[in-house]
Write a protein that binds this ligand. Structure first.
Ligand code: SF4
Length: 346
């Protein structure tokens, strides 16, 4: 059974030719899937009846179902938990901003990276998401926006999972949602986040797509970073920064660095100075993210004054930095929290 959301346009054309169908049918189907956003093959009324029947027998549209969703009363953030027939679940978050709607997509079921501040990794990595399953996450959000005649304007691959550990499917997902015959989401409005997998950063640099790279740094010395993010043992900060410099040289694009502030852990002024030293000379932007409280990790939040002082120290040292506005803090908005709750992991 083929998953229709799992095809790039060129792949759909190819598949249709194996079915003895002309190329233009692929374009028609793509429009039904992504512009008209139908929920069944029967609704594709400009396809011959025989072809619709053939497609119904050989392919599927939506393969997931919504298990639950939460809506923030504070800022309208919506968090979906989707479930697939093999009983895996992932979260997707739709965030309304002044500048448009952004969607945070999960690229793996669970995660094996083991970051100590993250609920997604509590049960390990169960399996990869296919590109089509990522597309479904986006379409759930877009259908919700359709009711308000709005569209998804930006996408971040920053939900559960490490996108660089599922590189080919993540790139395929980007191609599908970027296609002008489909959702037509500009590559400049797509951000891929990584925990710092150096081979992935190099591959992305060589690949040349004009998407934004976000690196989760969270600490600027190896000892601390390794204690928070086990991946640092394989790719310590010096190696990671070499890859980042290579990325900037190849693409001419600045990198976003994510820095989750964890109370008493990585949020002192000395930590800010270390961060400024590590980023010196690299075109970059730092997003400071005060962590949501993860009860089973026993982490506390950095106080408001300390957050401000950290930011000011970075700016004093010439680092381009802002504090990320916290979205949906009245719902289970921390990465992986809704899924973990649903699975009884927390
Ligand atoms: S923060 Fe990201 S990479 Fe780290 S464990 Fe969570 S999902 Fe995985």
């Amino acid at each position: 059974m083929q998953h229709l959301y799992n095809f790039r346009m060129s792949e759909l054309e190819q598949w249709f030719s194996t079915l003895g169908q002309p190329k233009f049918r692929a374009k028609q189907v793509f429009e039904w899937l992504y512009q008209k956003r139908v929920s069944s093959i029967d609704e594709m009324t400009n396809l011959p009846k025989a072809l619709r029947q053939q497609l119904k027998e050989a392919s599927a549209l939506t393969t997931s179902r919504e298990l639950t969703h939460q809506v923030s009363k504070v800022d309208g953030t919506v968090k979906f938990l989707l479930g697939w027939p093999d009983h895996v679940t992932v979260e997707t978050v739709l965030m309304p901003h002044d500048y448009g709607n952004s969607v945070c997509v999960s690229t793996q079921v669970g995660c094996k990276m083991g970051c100590t501040f993250c609920a997604s990794t509590l049960g390990g990595m169960i399996r990869q998401m296919t590109a089509g399953e990522m597309v479904e996450q986006l379409l759930y959000s877009q259908r919700m926006l359709d009711e308000k005649e709005q569209r998804v304007s930006s996408v971040v691959l920053m939900g559960s999972g490490e996108p660089m550990d599922n590189f080919d499917e993540a790139m395929k997902f980007i191609d599908i949602i970027n296609d002008p015959n489909g959702l037509n989401i500009g590559q400049r409005h797509i951000t891929i986040s990584t925990v710092g997998l150096v081979p992935g950063i190099i591959r992305l640099a060589d690949d040349g797509r004009p998407i934004t790279l976000a690196v989760s740094l969270h600490a600027a010395n190896d000892e601390l970073r390794s204690s928070m993010m086990p991946v640092n043992k394989a790719y310590p900060i010096a190696k990671l920064m070499d890859a980042c410099r290579y990325y900037v040289e190849k693409t001419g694009r600045r990198i976003s660095f994510e820095y989750a502030l964890v109370g008493g852990k990585n949020d002192s002024l000395e930590h800010a100075r270390q961060l400024a030293r590590v980023l010196k000379g690299l075109p970059s932007h730092v997003n400071l993210i005060p962590v949501n409280y993860v009860p089973e990790r026993n982490y506390t939040r950095t106080g408001q004054d300390e957050i401000q002082a950290f930011l000011e120290e970075l700016r004093r040292l010439g680092v381009n930095a802002t504090i990320r506005r916290e979205m949906g803090h009245d719902i289970s908005a921390a990465c992986g929290q809704l899924r973990a709750e649903h699975a009884g992991l927390v």
